[in-house]
Design a protein around this ligand. Structure first.
Ligand SMILES: *[C@@H]1O[C@H](CO)[C@@H](O)[C@H](O)[C@H]1NC(C)=O
Ligand SMILES: *[C@@H]1O[C@H](CO)[C@@H](O)[C@H](O)[C@H]1NC(C)=O
Ligand SMILES: *[C@@H]1O[C@H](CO)[C@@H](O)[C@H](O)[C@H]1NC(C)=O
Length: 576
């Protein structure tokens, strides 16, 4: 018989509990203190004893102290032989909310050195420009008045320095602007705004200089008397972008399922699909956009009886799109609590919604990739004091892990900068904890998804969550894998992986708040392997180095932590 692993007697107790609770199916050989195998009858008496004791240990859980001997160990089963999915290399992507352009001069903030340094570290990725306000924005070209003669790419990328005085002024105006927009959103009344060449020029320069692929969201609420999309404004924008040779992709409309609520206009799925077909035809007539991406319909997440618009859309417009996009938020920002961010049931709700969307797409438009086209922790601009703090990382990393595991090819995080409290960069353009988490994910995690099963029950339970990918080939050699794990509980846990993975050298990247305990969850600073993460200067990120761990050591997951463990020589067949 092939044993998974010989385990010392003390740990055996735990394993027996696992077998009993059917979490563990792999046979384990238990060795006593002297190295002798423990006999079947001893095991049976142990089982009896444990069924009594396990109740007690449950009750005594809170007494787990810092003594390493008492820290529960979680066994992980990894499948290194086959891939579950291969995702888009731009899997982790970001958005800028269209509200940034409501006061158009704010777009100049995208020229600051700091934001460009930070955005570049997230390449390759999409940059989606869209959101509620995209359906209230009209292109109003100013012709000669724009910044004339496009500078060459190198010049444009080098010459980004914004005078400090102007930068300060812009940020201040922008902060005021954000408050105004928030009020508008709460009242549910939106005024139509105009944008000029400046907005597209800034977006294009920013994305191309930072290695991001721009996705521009067009206004779908410009309608004709017959309630069809009036494409004339979009045509004028496409003409301008083509004249400047801007390579970009397109979307049309944001959360069409709530058009009626936002603007008193009802557009059903079938009509929206025909509107997309119209846009695809316009694109096909352009030499530059003939092969460009078109993504949609950016529907809100399915609610009880509101899955209808997506099915109808796919029937008439499924052939027009390159990916089917939908939006997801776990909770309402105004009602969210700290506990929501750590609640496994809340995190699991994404799997339910994703399952519904995947099912709809499979039925109506099989083979179409499905993306999270806009997503974050809490809707309504995020939960103030939570969505911008360390605790938000649990929702973010779990979303990245779960979405990948279910085969969503791209996840666009709302937002890189601006709008609300779910941003990656704060109002001074300084990185928040979720930014650092995103950069680490981008560097370490490859697009190939593998399967990992956590054998839980031994204290960690549902509060330890793990995901497995091939490691990013840009940073690691073939066969390397990366385990993403998070500990949602206030107690540390240890994890172990079976041979041969446990024989590999491990690089560990553990993220924790800069402050301990519950209070630290609300911190806006984060430590990597014990060192506070800060930019060195506007052009330089800190060294994000892992700490090597000798082979077959247990993986330590401190209380309330997020971690990446890279097994550099795991030799995974699926990752070659
Ligand atoms: C900021 O707002 C003030 C008042 O509306 C305006 O005069 C000024 O030009 C704005 N500054 C910038 C940089 O947009
Ligand atoms: C579409 O919008 C343009 C610009 O507002 C307008 O001139 C045109 O008449 C509209 N077309 C239709 C069919 O409504
Ligand atoms: C793993 O390491 C152990 C000893 O450290 C060794 O006996 C074993 O052969 C190794 N297994 C593999 C698959 O490399």
């Amino acid at each position: 018989m092939n044993y998974l692993k010989s385990v010392p007697f003390r740990m055996c107790l735990m394993v027996v509990v696992l077998i009993r609770s059917r979490f563990l199916t792999v046979p384990v050989r238990c060795v006593g203190v002297g190295g002798q195998e423990v006999s079947g009858s001893v095991m049976k008496s142990l089982l009896l004893l444990l069924s009594v004791l396990s109740l007690r240990t449950h009750g005594a859980r809170s007494s787990y102290g810092s003594s390493p001997d008492r820290v529960p160990v979680l066994d992980l089963h990894l499948d290194l032989s086959s891939l579950l999915h291969r995702l888009d290399p731009r899997f982790l992507s970001v958005t800028i909310d269209a509200s940034l352009a409501a006061e158009e001069r704010s777009m100049l903030l995208l020229r600051t050195q700091k934001i460009r340094t930070l955005a570049k570290a997230l390449s390759p990725a999409f940059l989606r420009f869209g959101g509620t306000r995209q359906d209230f924005m009209v292109f109003d070209p100013k012709g000669g008045q724009q910044l004339t003669a496009a500078p060459s790419a190198e010049e444009a990328c080098g010459a980004v320095q914004l005078p400090a005085l102007l930068e300060g002024d812009l940020k201040q105006n922008w902060t005021q602007q954000l408050l105004l927009l928030q009020k508008e959103e709460h009242q549910g009344r939106y005024r139509r705004t105009q944008f000029t060449e400046l907005t597209v020029d800034q977006l294009q320069s920013f994305s191309s200089c930072c290695g991001l692929d721009l996705v521009f969201g067009l206004n779908a609420l410009l309608r004709t008397a017959q309630n069809r999309w009036n494409s004339s404004n979009a045509a004028s924008l496409l003409r301008y972008c083509e004249s400047r040779r801007y390579r970009m992709s397109w979307e049309l409309g944001n959360e069409p399922n709530s058009f009626e609520k936002k603007a008193g206009i009802r557009v059903d799925g079938g009509q929206l699909g025909r509107d997309f077909t119209r846009l695809r035809k316009m694109m096909s007539e352009s030499s530059l956009y003939r092969d460009a991406g078109l993504f949609g319909p950016d529907v809100g997440q399915p609610r009880d009886h509101r899955a209808d618009i997506l099915g109808g859309f796919l029937q008439s417009g499924g052939g027009a799109i390159d990916a089917c996009t939908w939006h997801h938020y776990y909770v309402d920002g105004r009602a969210a609590s700290l506990e929501d961010f750590l609640d496994p049931t809340v995190l699991d709700s994404l799997a339910v919604k994703t399952g519904e969307v995947l099912e709809t797409v499979k039925r109506a438009s099989p083979g179409t990739p499905v993306w999270l086209g806009e997503t974050s922790s809490a809707f309504g601009g995020g939960a103030a004091g939570l969505s911008d703090s360390f605790v938000a990382g649990f929702m973010w990393l779990d979303k990245l892990g779960l979405a990948a595991r279910m085969g969503l090819d791209v996840v666009m995080r709302q937002v890189l900068v601006g709008a609300g409290s779910y941003h990656l960069l704060d109002d001074d353009l300084n990185p928040l904890p979720d930014y650092w988490l995103s950069v680490l994910h981008k560097r370490l995690v490859g697009p190939e998804v593998l399967n990992v099963d956590a054998v839980s029950g031994a204290g960690g339970g549902r509060r330890v969550r793990s995901y497995l990918h091939c490691a990013n080939r840009r940073s690691y050699r073939d066969g390397a894998v990366v385990l993403m794990s998070m500990n949602l509980s206030p107690r540390p846990v240890r994890m172990q992986v079976p041979v041969p993975v446990s024989n590999s050298t491990v690089e560990t990247f553990v993220l924790q708040s800069d402050r301990p305990g519950m209070d630290g969850l609300r911190s806006r600073s984060v430590k990597l392997n014990g060192v506070l993460l800060e930019m060195v200067d506007d052009e330089t990120l800190p060294l994000l180095a892992g700490v090597p761990l000798p082979p077959s050591d247990h993986l330590q997951l401190p209380a309330f932590s997020l971690a990446f463990f890279v097994f550099t020589d795991a030799g995974a067949a699926a990752c070659r």
